[in-house]
Design a protein. Structure first.
Length: 129
């Protein structure tokens, strides 16, 4: 099944979308994160650029507006990025909404239908906090 995943700011503003193919009708949040990261890394790796636009920051990169600047364009390892994304979820670096309900656990199973809405909401640390 195809699933459109949205990225949102903490204020609810949509900042991007990504289309995932072949998502099972029942999937764990952990696998949903992995599907998403695999797709965004595949897109980056097809034409490596100095900026990676993805869920989590790759090693050896700097945060910039709307992405992460790599020291030099290179291909990324999606499995390493997925591990970082899973750890970031556990540390509240972002949260996932499925049909406007926040999921609490990576092991939670969610049903995916043609109408399912999934959003990843990145949290920005407060300066000095």
């Amino acid at each position: 099944m195809q699933l459109v995943v949205k990225d949102e700011s903490a204020t609810g503003r949509e900042t991007g979308t990504i289309l995932l193919d072949d998502v099972p009708s029942t999937v764990s949040v952990r696998d949903l994160v992995r599907f998403r990261v695999r797709e965004e890394v595949a897109r980056h790796n097809s034409e490596p650029s100095p900026v990676f636009r993805g869920l989590v920051q790759p090693a050896d990169s700097e945060v910039e507006l709307n992405g992460y600047r790599l020291r030099e364009p290179r291909k990324l390892d999606w499995e390493k990025q997925a591990e970082v994304a899973v750890r970031a979820f556990a540390k509240n670096g972002y949260f996932v909404l499925v049909d406007d309900r926040q999921v609490e656990s990576l092991d939670e199973e969610v049903k995916i239908t043609a109408d399912t809405q999934v959003s990843f909401v990145r949290l920005v640390p407060l300066v000095g906090g």
